[in-house]
Design a protein around this ligand. Structure first.
Ligand code: ZN
Length: 341
């Protein structure tokens, strides 16, 4: 069956417009997108940036298509980063039902003292200079507090489990677990007006791969890259007519974007292994400098940390620090000698 025949059959289904709302960011990629799926009971996928400017962008963006916040029946969230949660309070106040992943709700309830202790431990292991660690603890606590303010865990009306579809606006949303950029990240496969669509958040973007921030410096930091691969595996082999990402243009070639993203991770692993070969045994902090030069954005460090975890699991690198409880010095990685199992 050719494409046109397929579309022809679908004409019986009433078309559902999907409107893109854009929000300005102060950092690359400079804009974040949310999408209004304009059924009779409209669904907004993601909620833009916080603050007055974000609220104006939300109101103006909706008004352009003849809507206001009170018309939004449901807000469905891909992941708890501020550029995707920003206007949840406005929408909730206007009466929207809030839908987020169950593990997101759990993470929002993370005990701040446990989080602070984990961040300190992980930062030491990474080899971050002692003087920078308190800042990282503050940042993690600030972001937990901000996320809770934007998305009150007790105000989530439906907390979905991955692999369990849910209904919003008369549509069936199939949430696919696509972590790596954020540990509880959901992409939504949805049939709309005869098309198979994917709302991919930051998990699948046409123009770049989002950084392996995953859990930040919380426990599990070394799982970020393998988490990314696992998310791609879940999307592999599924057919989508169009993909609606959190940043960058809407695109059709999901398989191509998946292949590009995978290739980017593969080259991250190769570059990290080269760095270990060149200067190992060395800490993740020093290996990042070897891999990318002086770096300003911690995203580069998170990528290295995730890559080291993946390489260790593949038996390509090993740690030479004791790894014992109570040894709170930096981890040091070297290439695993050939032939050793
Ligand atoms: Zn984003």
């Amino acid at each position: 069956m050719d494409c046109q025949t397929g579309r022809g059959t679908d004409l019986s289904t009433s078309p559902v417009p999907i409107h893109r709302l854009e929000f300005g960011l102060e950092w690359p990629p400079w804009t974040a997108a949310a999408y209004l799926v304009a059924t009779d009971d409209p669904v907004l996928v993601d909620a833009g940036v916080p603050g007055d400017e974000g609220e104006a962008e939300l109101r103006d963006g909706l008004a352009e298509y003849g809507y206001d916040p009170a018309d939004v029946g449901h807000v469905v969230l891909t992941h708890p980063h501020s550029d995707h949660l920003g206007q949840v309070p406005t929408l909730r106040e206007a009466g929207a039902r809030v839908v987020a992943a169950r593990p997101t709700r759990e993470r929002l309830r993370r005990d701040p003292d446990d989080l602070a202790a984990a961040v300190e431990r992980v930062c030491r292991g990474v080899g971050l200079p002692d003087g920078e660690i308190p800042d990282q603890i503050d940042r993690a606590l600030d972001s937990l507090r901000r996320n809770r303010r934007l998305l009150d865990p007790d105000g989530i009306d439906h907390a979905f489990a991955f692999g369990e579809s849910f209904e919003a606006g008369g549509l069936a949303f199939d949430p696919v677990h696509t972590p790596g950029h954020q540990a509880d990240h959901a992409s939504f496969a949805v049939g709309v007006g005869g098309e198979d669509l994917l709302f991919s958040g930051d998990a699948l973007v046409a123009t770049f791969r989002a950084a392996a921030l995953n859990v930040g410096f919380d426990d599990g930091a070394y799982g970020a890259v393998d988490d990314f691969y696992a998310g791609y595996d879940r999307l592999d082999g599924r057919e989508f007519d169009r993909v609606f990402p959190g940043h960058g243009p809407v695109f059709e070639d999901a398989a191509g974007a998946l292949a590009d993203s995978r290739a980017d991770l593969d080259s991250l692993l190769a570059g990290t292994l080269d760095a270990v070969r060149a200067v190992g045994p060395a800490s993740p902090y020093d290996l990042t400098r070897e891999r990318v030069g002086e770096y300003e954005h911690l995203a580069r460090l998170f990528d290295t940390v995730g890559a080291l975890g993946a390489l260790e699991r593949r038996g390509r690198v090993e740690r030479v620090d004791s790894g014992a409880e109570g040894d709170d010095g930096p981890r040091r990685y070297r290439v695993r000698p050939a032939g050793e199992e």
